[in-house]
Design a protein around this ligand. Structure first.
Ligand code: GLV
Ligand code: MN
Ligand code: MN
Length: 407
């Protein structure tokens, strides 16, 4: 098992080298290196004996169907897009581990069909909306997304066509048939498991997220001649608001709120900023608390804009409610951990995952692996061999239990 664990890490690092930027891991939705990742994973899937296709939303899907397969199909997977300057394991680990579980099912001669999905998009980096791949698989793709633009002005529809796919086929990406459930394996991306000395956890639920863009619109003007009291500086207004975002999150139990992107116009050192568009990513386990936090922050943005003589434009990108994982399906994972001789740690996820979209369509469960140093969305992100080994043991136990339950 140790060799297999090392091979999993090496495989994730190999895929990490397939990047838009030399020396950094950046792989946004359907950019050129995604072709490389698809070719690599397709090879691996075919060598296991899986049949492989790419659906209209760019998800790579491998189907393992043994001759003795019962009617039900297990879905597994995670995403292969990344944030800019990412680590090697967020998302990709869940695809590589799913293929290991298929190999285990093969060894066990389990009468279970398994479809492994390498979701094309989960991070929301390129088009500002996350879960493009899993929305299509869950049958929840909204056609209006096709008109969303990336920073170069390409629409989502353009991106799908440029990749060689047909957006008219997105509807056919929706899963059908008799499904046993969906399992996503993922790094924790936080410090809790390490702090508690645990290697694995089952996820109880995933917190809700709001994503939006607020644009403060003032007046660009000469930095040398415009008196301070006559300015309508959009960036100064945005800065004031960003501090309010941080203060509200610090003062509200369970709330996390982030402004991770600021786009300033005209973005020149000697021009008073005329526009500042800032992103807001805001998360809470309770949807009511999330909604009231968003409302408060919009009120404060309006007050700041009014006081400074600015206009404000709001663009909503995501209003994703919190999602519980399926209790029965999760109990198979919990029993599998217990049978491997480990304590069962249960925890919520503060990060978003494809499982939160899949859960609307099929019973879903997640297995977390400890994140050393609690670091993620950063090149230093890592995973321990022994935790992968543990997750391989859990895979064997889980597949035995699931097969017995659906036989
Ligand atoms: C995905 O990593 C997210 O939670 O933003
Ligand atoms: Mn992820
Ligand atoms: Mn991520």
């Amino acid at each position: 098992m140790r060799d297999r664990a090392l091979a999993v890490i090496a495989e994730c690092r190999r895929i990490a080298a397939m990047s838009e930027e030399p020396g950094r891991i950046t792989r946004r939705f359907l950019t050129a290196p995604v072709h490389e990742v698809h070719a690599h994973l397709r090879n691996r899937m075919e060598s296991i004996g899986m049949s492989v296709r790419v659906d209209g939303a760019g998800n790579l899907r491998g189907l393992w169907k043994p001759p003795n397969a019962s009617g039900k199909r297990l879905l597994m997977g995670s995403h292969i897009d990344t944030v800019p300057d990412a680590g090697a394991f967020d998302g990709v680990l869940g695809v590589v581990m799913a293929l290991e579980w298929v190999e285990i099912a093969k060894d066990l001669e389990a009468p279970l069909a398994i479809e492994v999905i390498a979701f094309s998009e989960e991070e929301g980096v390129r088009f500002g909306v996350p879960f493009i791949g899993s929305r299509a698989v869950a049958g929840r793709f909204d056609q209006s997304l096709l008109g969303y633009k990336d920073s170069e002005g390409n629409t989502l529809e353009d991106a799908i066509r440029a990749f060689g796919l047909d957006p008219d086929l997105i509807g056919e990406a929706a899963v059908d048939g008799d499904l046993a459930g969906f399992v996503e394996i993922h790094i924790e991306q936080g410090p809790i498991l390490e702090d508690e000395g645990q290697c694995l956890a089952v996820v109880t639920g995933i917190v809700g997220q709001t994503r939006l863009i607020l644009e403060f619109i003032g007046q660009a003007n000469h930095a040398g001649t415009t008196p301070m009291r006559l300015r309508r500086d959009a960036l100064a207004a945005a800065a004031e608001w960003i501090i309010e975002v941080e203060s509200l999150a610090l003062a509200t139990e369970g709330l996390v709120a982030t402004v991770g992107r600021v786009t300033v116009g005209p973005n020149a050192g000697n021009v008073v900023p005329g526009t500042a568009a800032v992103s807001l990513d805001l998360r809470h386990a309770q949807d009511g608390c999330r909604a009231s936090a968003v409302e408060k922050l919009i009120e404060s943005a309006n007050a700041i804009a009014a006081r400074r003589g600015l206009a404000l434009r709001r663009t909503d990108r995501l209003d994703q409610p919190a999602v519980p994982m399926d209790e029965r399906f999760t109990s198979f994972l919990a029993d599998a951990i217990e049978a491997a001789g480990m304590p069962v740690k249960r925890m919520p996820s503060g990060a978003g995952h494809d499982a939160m979209v899949m859960a609307a369509r099929v019973p879903s469960a997640m297995l977390f692996l400890r994140s050393p140093g609690g670091i993620s969305h950063h090149p230093a992100e890592s995973v321990l061999e022994e935790d992968i080994e543990a997750a391989l043991h859990v895979g064997r136990n889980f597949l035995e239990r699931l097969t017995a339950a659906i036989r």
